[in-house]
Design a protein around this ligand. Structure first.
Ligand code: GL4
Length: 799
């Protein structure tokens, strides 16, 4: 984008005065940010219109990525970067006496997702635009995002996150594109004389208006600007009389009021299924409306449209598309079914049973009577077709409806042409185990698409120091072609480069240290080893194993304050689902241990614990560049992929890992010497579950080092955790340690002490960091998305 600094300054001043009727110097940071954001939106608006017109003109096949969650992070700098004007704007702001970074921090980070799944959706939106693919996002404009986390006396407290309190400069309300979504009502069938078909009558429905808010997804230096469409629930115009009471109006608004704060967990609540149908239906309606404008035969629908459903949350898109094609457009069942299957594809993101969506049949029957009929019919035909081929038992096991419940994964698999897992190991487990019944029936549907991340946000924006150092050392090709970062390997023995890398890391650690000091009052030494675990709090992710290791060090220092131990700072960031009691107990435990150790002078700063409040995308951008060790220690087989593992690797952290999710592929790429692997393998875990011989009590009794650590939980050493300590102790020792922490403990400790040794050899460590950065290219979401495009969606990048 052609733009010069002088021109920018003029435009910015003008924009500010236009908006606020005084000079920018007197404005607040928020106002200065809004003016800049508004200006930037104006700058890409022509490309945005142009991109949409091009797609329409060429009748380009488009993908629609349906996701209940998006976690875009602050958008100002990523838009500037992708538009190619970041440096220019930075300089211009500077000359105006403003600090771009400070202004950028005034943007509220939209937390419209829980964790990895939502962030993946946003990395994908960036990559779809940046690789020049015709793609759209479809989701929900939650009025309140994921709760804001506060710690009070070490306990997690949840506060509402009113992310729209200031103007959202990026979104554009498109009232003329609104659609009606219908709930409830009565379904009947009529047949007029001379009409061969039954007509569906759906009456007495509760109608909700779905209003889209569009946000541009700017591609990297390619002029492409795609669209992310988020729907908001409102009262239909002219229908105000039917919603006369406050209660009725509240009920409408409630649909898009708040994001469910559960990750990898299912809640069978009515409001949730309303949300799911609401955005699925609205999305499908707008797609069908678009397709009809192309004036093509319906059979060409799958040649023009690909619909991807991100986990099962948008699965009702399948019966909704069937409904519209049949009831509104008059297609036969067979025609509609062919089209639907060819159009829809599905990603599975977890094998955890507690995350599998199943809705009570009665709930769906009441709330969505016509959709319910269609699901029943899909199920009936499935059973009828598969029973003769695979027998009664297998067909019944794959049924969509069983025991009064509707299984959304089964519907998603049967109603789509592609089912993918998110890392090789995860996909293997799906095929061999979790979804094996379906794999037997539809082997050709199954495929793997290992997750990826966008280095534009996670390196270029989050780590400017590293970016500059890379540009200087290997040139800039890696920015548009991430694989090219492998050239850095040529410098693995270049002392000068290794020292520079150390400097980069140190300055990022200093930046985080300043944050810890200013925001939390914790003093940390930037030369200490920064050991980072940032992800949702979940038992399977085993933050507790990390805690056991910390306590091991604590005891060593208590025994001998002069023990020769590597100085470490343990950094945690994690939200727990508000209803996840055990996870919240772990938060309290970590905070209490942090308080104990951070304030114990005899520990002499050899251990510091920093549990940041309200972890999210923006804090990740601060923490990841400062990490030395990346903790990826889930029980093997449980973490579908992980993506913070990729972000940390790209920033030169060394992974401390079990062979789980994408860790396996990280090891393959980086090599055994540049990663710390420990613990049970996925098949060993499976075997333990099968034969049931695991006995954690036995390990506790026989391992004195571990026993001493575990006893700390219940002997009063850690103040304020009587209940938490006891419950956690019991879960590990008395209730047989579901996630095998005690089994993996020794291996974990050993790996940690190996890491200490490696860290103390500065050249060795820096070389490991370099090898990680240099091996991170293949984990770019650009490549992931090109594989989706090529193998699933069948769309090609625009020339
Ligand atoms: C998740 C997985 O837990 C995580 O491993 C994966 O990286 C992510 C994106 O594929 O999806 N599944 C659910 S549910 N939440 C996640 O973050």
């Amino acid at each position: 984008m052609a733009f010069d600094v002088q021109e920018f300054k003029k435009e910015y001043q003008k924009k500010f005065e236009e908006l606020f009727a005084y000079g920018y110097e007197a404005g607040s940071k928020t106002e200065q940010y809004i003016a800049l954001g508004d200006l930037v939106r104006g700058l890409y608006s022509e490309d945005w219109i142009q991109t949409i017109m091009e797609y329409n003109k060429k009748k380009e096949k488009q993908v629609y990525y349906f996701s209940m969650e998006f976690l875009p992070g602050r958008m100002l700098k990523s838009n500037l970067l992708n538009m190619g004007i970041l440096d220019c704007v930075k300089q211009g702001m500077d000359e105006l006496g403003l600090d771009l970074d400070e202004v950028a921090r005034a943007e509220v980070d939209p937390a419209l997702g829980n964790g990895g799944l939502g962030r993946l959706a946003s990395c994908f939106m960036d990559s779809i635009a940046s690789t020049g693919l015709a793609g759209n996002g479809n989701g929900i404009r939650y009025r309140y995002g994921l709760f804001k986390q506060k710690f009070i006396n070490g306990y997690q407290i949840e506060l509402p996150e009113n992310w729209l309190r200031n103007r959202n400069v990026w979104e554009v309300r498109k009232e003329n594109k609104a659609v009606i979504v219908r709930f409830g009502g009565d379904v009947s069938f009529t047949q007029e004389d001379g009409d061969s078909r039954l007509r569906v009558r759906h009456e007495n429905t509760r109608d909700i208006l779905a209003v889209p808010y569009d946000t541009a997804q700017v591609g990297y230096n390619n002029g492409v600007v795609n669209n992310l469409r988020l729907w908001s629930a409102e009262i239909p115009y002219g229908d105000e009389a039917r919603f006369s009471t406050e209660e009725q109006r509240e009920e409408v608004k409630r649909i898009t009021e708040v994001l469910y704060p559960d990750d990898s967990n299912y809640e069978g609540r009515l409001l949730r299924v309303q949300q799911e149908y609401f955005f699925s239906s609205a999305g499908i309606q707008s797609i069908v409306r678009y397709f009809k404008r192309l004036k093509l035969d319906w059979s060409l629908f799958p040649d023009k449209i690909a619909i991807h459903i991100n986990d099962t949350h948008p699965t009702l898109a399948i019966p909704e598309l069937m409904r519209i094609l049949m009831d509104e457009e008059g297609l036969t069942w067979d025609q509609a079914w062919e089209i639907t299957k060819k159009t829809v594809s599905y990603t599975n993101h977890t094998i955890l049973q507690e995350a599998m969506e199943r809705w009570p049949e009665t709930m769906i029957a009441d709330l969505l009577p016509r959709i319910y009929q269609i699901i029943q019919e899909i199920n009936r035909r499935h059973i009828d077709k598969k029973t003769p081929l695979y027998g009664e038992e297998l067909s019944q096991r794959t049924a969509i409806i069983a025991n009064g419940q509707i299984k959304m994964a089964n519907l998603a698999i049967i109603g789509s042409h592609s089912v993918n897992g998110v890392a090789r190991l995860h996909t293997d487990i799906l095929m061999a185990d979790t979804l094996n019944d379906f794999y037997v029936m539809y082997p050709q549907k199954f495929n793997n698409k290992t997750n990826g991340i966008t280095q534009r946000r996670w390196v270029q924006i989050a780590n400017e120091n590293l970016t500059a150092m890379l540009d200087e050392t290997i040139g800039t090709e890696w920015k548009s072609n991430p694989e090219e970062i492998k050239i850095l390997k040529a410098h693995r023995d270049n002392k000068n480069v290794l020292d520079k890398l150390e400097q980069v890391k140190l300055s990022n650690k200093e930046r985080f240290a300043a944050y810890a000091k200013n925001e939390m009052g914790i003093e940390i030494d930037p030369t200490a080893l920064f050991d980072v675990q940032i992800k949702r709090l979940h038992a399977y992710k085993r933050q507790l194993l990390n805690v056991l290791h910390i306590l091991d060090r604590y005891l060593q220092l208590k025994d001998n304050p002069n023990a020769n131990l590597q100085k470490r700072v343990f950094i945690f960031g994690a939200k727990a689902a508000p209803s996840y009691y055990y996870a919240k107990q772990i938060i309290k435990l970590i905070n209490s241990i942090a308080y104990l150790i951070n304030n114990d002078p005899s520990i002499n700063d050899k251990i510091k614990i920093v549990f940041v409040e309200n972890y999210g995308v923006s804090l990740a951008e601060l923490i990841i560049p400062a990490a030395d060790i990346s903790e990826q220690i889930s029980l093997a087989g449980k973490e579908a992929s992980g993506t913070s593992n990729m972000k940390l690797m790209s920033n030169g952290a060394i992974t401390m890992a079990t062979l789980d999710g994408a860790n396996v592929e990280i090891r393959d790429n980086v090599g055994e010497d540049n990663i710390f692997i420990f613990g049970l393998k996925s098949d060993e875990v499976q075997e333990y579950y099968r034969n049931g011989v695991y006995n954690s009590r036995d390990i506790y009794d026989k391992n004195p080092r571990l026993k001493r650590i575990l006893n700390l939980l219940i002997d009063g050493t850690i103040p304020g955790v009587e209940t938490e300590g006891r419950d956690i102790f019991d879960s590990l020792v008395m209730y047989n340690d579901e996630y095998f922490l005690l089994k993996d403990f020794d291996g974990y400790l050993q790996a940690q002490y190996e890491a200490d040794a490696a860290f103390s050899d500065r050249d060795r460590w820096n070389r490991m960091a370099l090898m990680n950065i240099a091996s991170s290219g293949p984990f770019s979401s650009d490549y992931t998305i090109l594989r989706y495009a090529d193998e699933i969606w069948k769309i090609k990048p625009q020339s």
